[in-house]
Write a protein that binds this ligand. Sequence first.
Ligand code: C5P
Length: 229
Amino acid sequence: PRTIALVVAAGSGSRMGQDLPKQYLTLGGKAVLRHCLDTFHRHPRIAGVRVVINPACRDLYDAAAAGLDIMTPVAGGRSRQESVRLGLGSLVEAAPDYVLIHDAARPFIDADTIDRTIDTLSHHAGALVVVPVVDTLKRGTERQGALFSGATIDRAGLFRAQTPQGFRFGAILAAHKAASTGLEMTDDAAVAEAAGLDVALVTGHEDNFKITNPADLARAERLMSEQME
Ligand code: C5P
């Protein structure tokens, strides 16, 4: 099956507290975004890579993707969901069998997880990379301006969603179109579930975390230097 990687990189990354959006910060000598582009580009089962960007960041994108033979980028939207929908729409002509949707802010995606995601799509419409929840979960409740532990949520059977999230192309395109008028969803598996698609879980790695806060960049630098040793 022809598989295209759709990398969403149109966010502003405001929680990082930096001028540059986090996907364009430097990590291990190259842009955060470039790490996952290299991994998808050299993967033998990935036929193409398309990035969804904020057009105002075109120069940053060109620098990050310099010399890489991938598809031309397309413009994203105000939300991640809108960016994915626009990205999927841009792939109609290319008509892939599968699409793997990935956050630019996850530089540590590995080839083996990509393989297992693609393998899962031969049996299911969707494949979601997750890691099990290991901490005990609490619901905070506020009383008199302070936060208290309101309830303990059983962590058994709970997972944290990562990316890539892989889908049969036609199914996820239709699901995103159908979801475009409803409440905003933070991942594509939620969009797929709302359309009644079955989304199988693929166990991923803790290292495939999303760079969100300043501390995440320091963690990423440490992990990067360990991997380079
Ligand atoms: O903000 P968050 O970390 O959840 O964003 C996840 C991914 O979605 C990031 O790679 C970000 O660049 C992308 N995104 C996007 N368009 C937006 C918002 C976020 O492509 N409007």
